[in-house]
Design a protein around this ligand. Structure first.
Ligand code: FES
Length: 492
């Protein structure tokens, strides 16, 4: 048990504070559509919009609100500069794939600008340069410069940054962009049929999706729900894991005219929004919790801006694939018309737009430019170590759930504590909110059975295997798990 009390001040993103999206109805009856999109986040909404433009009869459902998943938590940098992506892709897969990745993500920036201007969406879209930099490994930046150039991009080497660091090297991509994601998604959602608070409970082999009050028959189903929750077909659990990262909004910082990311281990990211600096970092695999993420991030911020003041904080969760390229396209191992868009890592703005282009053309025309590099059916030899590693993590955490029994008891818990305890021979997850308010959960993840861990920074139960998360009352915050984990216990 961790004896640690935190005061949760404002675990809410700056975008939520700034934009209220009109509520949509829950699905109340059976419907038939040509294409159903599951997930009203950026990828789902953009895909549905492009399908509607192509004349497709499309509806969107979401278990929560429009943009209520990871879209509300992104820092919303619209850039084809994805860390040291091009040197990595070129080294592992060759120039052709790296170039296709560059071309598709670069075009996505223009797609946003065109869409925003044609629909007149006011979403604080701004063109500006994007920078990566290093304090430790100059060669990485040089390699990225060389690869990005070979891929047809126009990178510029620089050591002069407007943020107060002295890097060994930096790399600039001009003419990238940033915006407010919820204002954008609110604008584009006006054109779509969307049902909120309508979780997909099951999907049968005839492509019928069951929700609480209605069934949806669809020729095509797009899983744009962050992590595709179907285990079969697709085997996503063997190929996708999730990572968390943290953001704080700072006052008393200068307005930045670029977006920034340090590529070193433990590196930070920065952008401005309004009078705030959005300062991100402290990334780690979901479920491998190290308390104090926000405090450490704020310490790093004060090293750069000693006068800064923290006014908001929130976190994000990203899916990573085995080979570092998103899965966009038809589910593997099936002839059914099931499609997925996932594994965007931390670059979900441009890759959502890439997904929208590819999926809309695959569904309408049966083919799409560059779809093969994103195909979920691909297999690269470079994925093998990651897949082996993922299997090892899953086995370890399945064993923890089966064989680990804690010594701690409920009496050990102080107010504000959470942890795994034994109670009458049973293993339980417990959070003590106040002297008499105690919440119990099962420690077994309902997805595939790994043992959950307590996240004391955010008062949640997180799964180290594939990244499901639950609040302290046991409600699902983030899949692939779909069931809640609350346990009712009457204390003696
Ligand atoms: Fe897969 Fe928990 S998310 S076992």
């Amino acid at each position: 048990i961790i004896h640690f009390k935190i005061e949760v001040i404002f675990l809410k993103s700056i975008w939520e504070n700034d934009c209220i999206i009109d509520k949509r109805e829950t699905l109340e009856s059976d419907i038939n559509v040509s294409t159903l999109v599951i997930g009203a986040g950026m990828a789902g909404i953009l895909t549905a919009y492009r399908l509607a433009l192509l004349g497709e009869d499309v509806a969107v459902i979401d278990s929560n609100r429009i943009g209520g998943g990871q879209t509300k938590n992104t820092t919303a940098k619209i850039t084809s500069q994805h860390g040291v992506k091009y040197s990595t892709l070129e080294r592992q897969f060759g120039k052709r794939i790296a170039t296709a990745y560059a071309k598709t993500n670069n075009r996505a920036i223009n797609d946003y600008e065109d869409l925003i201007s044609s629909l007149g969406i006011e979403c604080d879209f701004r063109r500006l340069p994007s920078y990566i930099y290093t304090m430790t490994d100059r060669q990485k930046i040089i390699d990225e410069y060389t690869s990005a150039k070979r891929c047809g991009l126009n990178p510029v080497l620089t050591e002069k940054l407007e943020i107060p660091v002295t890097p060994l090297a930096g790399l600039c991509f001009e003419n990238q962009a940033e915006f407010s994601p919820l204002k954008f998604i609110a604008g584009i959602s006006d054109y779509l049929t969307i049902y909120e608070n309508t979780p997909a409970l099951s999907v049968d082999r005839h492509n019928t999706v069951t929700t609480a009050k209605g069934k949806i028959n669809a020729n095509n189903i797009v899983f744009a729900c962050h992590y595709p929750f179907l285990n079969f077909p697709g085997l996503s659990f063997a190929r996708i894991h999730q990572v968390r990262s943290y953001v704080i909004a700072l006052e008393n910082t200068p307005k930045l005219n670029g977006v920034y990311k340090c590529i070193d281990n433990g590196g930070i990211s920065l952008r401005s929004y309004d009078k705030y600096c959005l300062f991100g970092g402290e990334a780690h695999r979901t479920g491998e919790n190290h308390r104090g993420c926000y405090d450490r991030l704020f310490d790093k911020a004060r090293e750069l801006y000693p006068e800064c003041k923290q006014v908001m904080k929130w976190s994000a969760q990203d899916c990573k694939t085995a080979d570092g390229i998103p899965y966009i396209g038809k589910f593997p191992f099936t002839n059914r018309n099931l499609y997925m868009a996932t594994g965007f890592d931390k670059w979900g703005m441009t890759t959502s737009m890439v997904a929208a282009r590819i999926l809309s053309h695959l569904i309408k025309d049966g083919k799409a430019n560059c779809s093969e590099i994103y195909s979920p059916s691909r297999f690269h030899i470079h994925s093998i170590p990651t897949i082996i590693n993922e299997s090892g993590t899953a086995i370890k955490n399945l064993c923890m759930e089966k064989f680990y029994y804690p010594n701690a008891s409920i009496a050990n818990l102080h107010i504000g504590d959470g942890g795994i305890v034994s109670y009458k021979g049973e293993k339980l997850g417990v959070y003590r909110k106040s002297e008499n308010e105690i919440y119990f959960v099962s420690t077994k993840c309902p997805h595939l059975g790994c043992q959950l861990t307590w996240n004391s920074d955010e008062l949640s139960w997180d799964c180290p295997c594939h990244g499901s998360r639950f609040d302290y009352e046991g409600n699902v915050i983030c899949g692939p798990a779909q069931q809640n984990i609350a346990v009712k216990i009457d204390l003696d």
